[in-house]
Design a protein around this ligand. Structure first.
Ligand code: ADP
Length: 264
């Protein structure tokens, strides 16, 4: 009893008549479902062996002084790589959950952006090791209706990218401001910037401007894909303003129905 999935388009012809075009995308839809399930299952299956490996590495760390020196030397590298794999699996699982529209029990609620952005600012500062200045600009007292965990993780991804892709001594600003028809969070940096041809593709999974460099920065290649899906679920959108060598501004634009007067 498989359902038929149709993609429909209504157009007007020269005589002002409406034309309805329907395309059967059942097979495409099914393949997409198989891809999503596959990624979700693989990520889930990788979790257990990773937990076991991490556990053993912790034991080795505790007894490092009695280990043969060759093994001891390789410990930091093994820990680094398992942590990287763990981040990747966590991000893949998060992305699968976001795609499958599973809200995992978290409902939208009233959020105070000033305190959320301050937490993110502090986390970003902890990640930064090169004297970057990260400041907060709160231009609006409005609250936002949204899922706290999801938005926190999306905006953190933007802030961490700003730290990772702008050099020492750079300035990073986290900003909350009202727009004519809604409000936005902006994450602005004065780092290396992005050439125009890359911008439309940045939210694709594993798309990277500089493959070699990005893996060294510790990202998973899924950050902006996660941001895009979180915003989609909030009926919000991501705007990216950047030019090579001119820094970058990532803007999360929230529609007016999500922006409410502050309760305090
Ligand atoms: P990751 O950072 O793990 O590679 P993301 O999806 O978060 O994955 O970002 C995709 C790519 O977009 C990065 O590899 C980088 O090339 C580019 N990028 C993201 N944020 C910035 C930024 N603030 N400045 C310059 N380039 C950026």
């Amino acid at each position: 009893d498989e359902q038929l999935v149709l993609q429909c388009q209504i157009t007007l012809n020269g005589n002002g008549e409406r034309l309805l075009m329907a395309r059967d995308i059942t097979r495409l839809h099914r393949l997409e479902q198989i891809r999503r399930d596959f990624v979700a299952n693989v990520s889930h299956e990788l979790r257990t062996p990773l937990t076991v490996l991490t556990g053993y590495l912790e034991i080795y760390q505790d007894i490092a002084e009695v280990l043969p020196s060759r093994l001891e030397c390789s410990l930091p590298q093994m820990q680094k790589q398992t942590a990287r794999m763990q981040n990747l699996v966590d991000d893949l699982l998060l992305l699968s959950r976001l795609e499958s529209n599973d809200r995992s029990g978290e409902d939208a609620r009233r959020l105070n952006l000033a305190s959320m952005l301050e937490t993110i600012r502090r986390d970003a500062e902890a990640l930064s090791d090169s004297g970057q200045r990260i400041t907060l600009e709160i231009h609006s007292t409005l609250d936002l209706m949204g899922c706290e965990q999801e938005l926190q993780s999306a905006i953190s991804n933007l802030a961490f990218n700003a730290v990772r892709y702008s050099g020492s001594g750079s300035q990073i600003v986290l900003r909350w401001r009202a727009l004519g028809d809604g409000a936005c969070v902006e994450v602005q940096d004065d780092g290396e910037g992005i050439a125009a041809i890359h911008i439309p593709r940045l939210t694709e999974r594993f798309y990277r401007v500089d493959k070699g460099r990005s893996t060294a920065t510790g990202g998973t290649g899924l950050g902006l894909a996660i941001v895009k899906h979180v915003l989609l679920r909030h009926e919000a959108r991501l705007e990216i303003d950047s030019q090579l060598g001119q820094g970058a501004t990532f803007r999360c634009v929230f529609p007016h129905q999500l922006v409410v007067a502050s309760s305090s």
